[in-house]
Design a binder for this molecule. Structure first.
Ligand SMILES: *Cc1c(COP(=O)(O)O)cnc(C)c1O
Length: 467
């Protein structure tokens, strides 16, 4: 049987890769993406077309050079979108897990640059020349800032919870309220983490009400930990009651149990001092009697992605020696960024400005209004665009401050002949992607998470949208 190629005139007409590569359009693409990448994209384009022609797909375009090169360009553009790259966050959600949570402070970025490009004293004690403690200085800072006896840094908070439960409760029982058996974005489900640690989950109370007596009745010889989990991204309101760490402390001491709190957002300062709603801090949770507290480094704390475990020296020491810790420990880049971020907490007067998460959270109404005005007046100058500033409601996000709505300023943008979805699609494909929101069929940018220096870039992206 002859090869199918021999039968189809369309297949024979497909140009060769090297022929296409020499065309001016391809040469221009090669300058942008590199010759090898373009050649690869042309090959993929040709393969796709060949498959469709062989399948007798009537929608397959005739193999002209132009159509193949256009397809190649689309392929390269889509490939570029898949790369990890900076975006402009116009959602107003400060801790957006899909957009990388906390932007780092300049000091943290500098620390990364300094340790990333060369060698460092990651596990080298410069004073003695001997082997040093990875993360030693970071842990010392954490102790100083929180009053914890000891601290340990891991890859994320989920890792911290897993390490704590595995080290301290494997083969034993962990008691938790039914109101705290939560799922927190990205498939962190408390029951699953407990199961993975090899501990047995013992649920007590009900979804909305759990009393001290529920905990005390559930305690057996096998019980090792009383676990509290900050419900982070939701609240049970109405007819409710829960038992706080302070009330559980007596019970834990009486029975020789470990009292553990997964705090999640991990505020190191009381936000109420800056007029924001109160979030439980690490310090107050420890002083209320928690033996072990876990938090995320990249939520309210405003640092790199990591998890921080704090508490009694004996427990933290055991976690650090557990084989699982070796699989969960962070690298120099994370430790450098975290140490630099924590140092900012030593200076109260600069803290709110220096840590972007806290700066965005504490922005005043006048600052937001001024930025919204600047953005809208620049957009309104563009043909066919209309931009209106409105009051809106923003959220911190990232499992922090769930019931707190932050009054914010939003710009509602419409473009003649365009739907909100079309605007959103085109802006995600801008030179630097811009991510906004759509509500009531209108495209919206919230200026809380937009930097002043990004205003001009946003206006330029809108001006570049085809008319
Ligand atoms: C966010 C959160 C987690 C998960 O933290 P990661 O750092 O994303 O692993 C776990 N528990 C609580 C209470 C949280 O808020």
């Amino acid at each position: 049987m002859p090869k199918p190629e021999a039968q189809s005139p369309s297949l024979r007409q497909i140009p060769k890769v090297h022929t296409l590569l020499e065309m001016p359009e391809a040469l221009a693409l090669a300058e942008q993406f590199g010759r090898e990448t373009v050649a690869e994209a042309i090959r993929e384009e040709i393969d796709g077309l060949r498959r469709r022609l062989l399948a007798n797909d009537r929608t397959a375009e005739p193999p002209t050079r132009d159509s193949l090169l256009q397809g190649t360009e689309r392929r390269l553009a889509e490939g570029k979108l898949a790369r990890l790259q900076p975006v402009i966050n116009g959602t107003g959600i400060i801790l957006h897990t899909n957009m990388g949570r906390a932007p780092l402070a300049d000091e943290a970025i500098r620390a990364i640059q300094e340790v990333a490009g060369g060698y460092s004293n990651l596990e080298l004690d410069l004073a003695s020349g001997r082997r040093g403690e990875r993360g030693g200085e970071t842990e010392a800072l954490l102790q100083k800032l929180t009053g914890a006896e000891a601290a340990l840094v891991v890859n994320n908070n989920a890792a911290g919870v897993l390490l704590a439960l595995t080290t301290l409760a494997q083969g034993a029982q962990v008691i938790i309220s039914r109101g705290e058996l939560v799922e927190i974005g990205g498939a962190f489900r408390v029951p699953d983490v407990i199961a993975q640690s090899g501990a047995t989950l013992v649920e007590v109370g009900t979804t909305n009400k759990t009393r001290l007596s529920d905990y005390s009745r559930a305690i057996t010889e096998e019980t090792r930990i009383l676990l509290k989990v900050h419900p982070s991204n939701y609240r049970i309101v109405g007819f409710t009651s829960e038992v706080g760490v302070k009330d559980l402390e007596g019970l834990a001491r009486e029975h020789g149990l470990i009292l553990m709190q997964d705090l999640g957002s991990g505020a190191l300062v009381d936000l109420a001092r800056w007029g924001l709603p109160h979030e439980p801090t690490v310090q107050e949770t420890l002083s209320a009697g928690a033996d072990v507290v876990t938090v995320s480094g990249d939520k309210l704390l405003g640092g790199p992605q990591c998890g921080i475990v704090l508490g009694k020296a004996e427990y933290i020491r055991r976690m650090g020696q557990h084989p699982l810790f070796r699989a969960l420990r962070p690298g120099k880049i994370v430790l450098g960024a975290l140490e630099a971020t924590l140092r900012l907490y030593l200076d109260d007067s600069r803290l709110m400005q220096a840590v972007p998460t806290l700066r965005m959270l504490s922005q005043g109404a006048s600052e937001l209004a001024r930025r919204a005005q600047r953005l809208s007046s620049r957009l309104a100058k563009i043909d066919g665009l209309s931009a209106v500033v409105t009051d809106g409601e923003g959220f911190a996000g990232g499992g922090a401050l769930p019931e707190m709505s932050l009054p914010t300023k939003q710009v509602r943008i419409t473009k003649e002949g365009w739907s909100a979805g079309q605007i959103a699609d085109a802006l995600r494909r801008a030179r630097r992607a811009i991510v906004g929101m759509i509500a009531d069929g209108v495209f919206i940018l919230d200026v809380r998470t937009i930097q002043d220096r990004e205003v001009a870039e946003i206006a330029l992206a809108f001006a570049r949208l085809s008319p």
